[in-house]
Design a protein around this ligand. Structure first.
Ligand code: ZN
Ligand code: ZN
Length: 529
């Protein structure tokens, strides 16, 4: 291959074809980025722990270029939500036809073309969400799993695999390197794999964090801040977590939430039985009348939704151009591109959205980020509640202040937790190790067994039978069993058993011995609803 220099781009003539494609082959890495790449190349599985804006993508690209140079191919895995128009453009500009995208929003025609290119070998890098792993790719030389902490890698239907873990397994089978990347890695990967810490961002603008102790949906302080932004003709994003599915009890005066005494997991409200319930062990307690922390009587269970928040903002600022940005409204790639274009062209003033808002998009001029519902996230009945809440906040804060100074308003009673860790996720992970040690992954294996059926009695009976059999298994502990937090989905009644063990093999053996026909086994579960 002979590169010809012409202006800023280099033209490369691919051997065997007459095709000339423009390639900007100079991916310039900083000294730090080069160090990171050298580090990653040393290991079979490694973690690139790099802050937002620290230039992880360039490092991946340089690694892909290397793989192409040695005539191999690569998979670039990312959560669907992160395969942004900007990312796509950037990759295509550099790799031309050597890269193809693979995701659910492709048209049948595009899919056919991309498959053809993969079969013929023209496609050398396949970028996409978890399904990209299963394409027939010859001479695989590298798998990169970006945003490795993201739960969307885990399939929520059978087979309940985690694409990140499959990638690591494939790396082992094919004897090729696997790179995991994230600004907020999972404790799991942080503990298991060698990592390179890439600090600092290109976005030098200053960020001010303001913590507001309130459980009001949109407080006067937030309205004031939004008003200032609108007046200055700047832009804002308003973030709400989607995961606040359940109702949690929270004290309006001190922000206290209720945790199970056995599991240290947030308990959710069950109106029917007027009780708080832990969905790990089923421990139940009466809904308290006064706060056990401060004695106040203002216990509330409010939660926030995107549509409601948008409506409130719109009615306060009738002239503001406010847009909803979540899975309900952004259903296609075209809609995503259009919404982002409108926002970056300043045809929209405020975006109100969920996790989709926090992923990979490059908003040029956001000077205010409002983050709601953080305490709901912290109070979730999920052993990773802290990890997820902090990670969300870091990701969303990373979307603002890319060009100029920005303010981030965080609605929470847990200022100490967020303020302590917001600038140092690494220190947080070190702390989190102690909390997880005796109880949760990566130190223990969890397995959730689901029973769902239109006939609730049938589902419950099978759960009971399996429980009776599995409770006597050695080396496996039944953490809890009973009704699921979401008791009915799609007209099916749901029951569950949660198992814990030191080794997955012990769980697998026990499950195989006592498995019932309805039992749906979810190893390393990420959902507890
Ligand atoms: Zn209180
Ligand atoms: Zn419990």
């Amino acid at each position: 291959m002979v590169p010809f220099k012409s202006g800023g781009t280099t033209l490369v003539v691919l051997s065997g074809t007459n095709e000339v494609i423009p390639q900007d082959i100079d991916i310039l890495l900083s000294v730090k980025q080069q160090k990171a790449l050298d580090f990653l190349k040393q290991y079979k599985v490694s973690l690139l722990f790099g802050d937002t804006g620290s230039g992880k993508t360039e490092i991946y690209m340089k690694y892909f270029q290397h793989i192409l140079d040695i005539k191999k191919r690569a998979i670039f895995l990312m959560p669907e939500i992160s395969l942004t128009p900007q990312m796509e453009k950037r990759l295509e500009e550099h790799f031309g036809k050597s890269i193809v995208m693979w995701h659910s929003k492709l048209t049948p025609k595009q899919k056919k073309e991309n498959l053809k290119s993969i079969y013929s070998g023209e496609a050398k890098i396949i970028a996409g969400p978890r399904s990209a792993l299963f394409l027939p790719i010859k001479d695989l030389g590298l798998i990169v799993v970006d945003e490795e902490h993201d739960d969307s890698y885990k399939s929520s239907s059978r087979p309940r695999y985690n694409a990140r873990d499959i990638a690591i397994y494939m790396g082992k089978i094919y004897n090729i390197p696997v790179v995991l990347g994230s600004a907020t890695p999972s404790l799991n990967s942080f503990v298991k794999f060698p990592y390179f810490r890439l600090k600092g961002g290109y976005f030098k603008a200053d960020k001010t964090f303001v913590y507001e102790r309130s459980v009001e949906k949109l407080s006067p302080m937030i309205f004031n801040a939004l008003g200032d932004v609108l007046e200055a003709k700047e832009q804002a994003i308003v973030f709400l977590p989607t995961r606040a599915n359940f109702k949690y009890l929270i004290c309006k005066d001190c922000g206290h939430t209720y945790e199970c005494v056995f599991c240290s997991i947030g308990m959710s409200i069950h109106q029917k039985i007027h009780a708080l319930k832990c969905h790990y062990c089923n421990f139940t307690q009466a809904i308290p009348q006064v706060c056990s922390e401060c004695g106040g009587a203002n216990l509330t269970s409010s939660r926030v939704g995107t549509a409601e928040a948008l409506q409130e903002i719109q009615s306060e600022f009738s002239k503001a151009r406010v847009e909803q940005f979540d899975r309900d409204t952004i259903t296609t790639q075209a809609k995503l591109k259009k919404a982002l274009k409108r926002f970056n062209n300043k045809e929209t003033d405020i975006l109100v959205g969920t996790q989709m808002l926090s992923k990979g998009h490059d908003y040029h001029d956001v000077t205010l980020a409002v983050v709601l519902g953080m305490d709901n996230m912290l109070g979730m009945s999920d052993y990773r509640a802290r990890e997820k809440a902090l990670s969300s906040l870091i990701q969303i804060a990373g979307r603002s202040g890319r060009k100029r100074d920005a303010k981030v308003i965080v609605q929470t009673f847990n200022e100490e937790f967020f303020a302590t860790h917001i600038d140092d996720f690494e220190a947080f992970l070190e702390d989190e190790k102690f909390y997880r040690e005796e109880l949760y992954p990566p130190y223990k294996k969890l397995c959730r067994i689901l029973f769902a059926h239109k006939n609730g009695v049938k589902a419950r009976d099978e759960m009971q039978m399996m429980y009776d059999s599995i409770k006597n298994e050695p080396n496996v502990e039944v953490v809890g069993y009973g009704k699921c937090a979401i008791e009915r989905v799609a007209n099916k009644y749901r029951f569950e058993i949660l198992l814990r063990s030191d080794k997955s093999t012990d769980i697998i053996k026990a499950v195989m011995r006592s498995k019932m026909p309805l039992a749906e086994v979810d190893m390393d579960p990420v959902e507890f609803g």
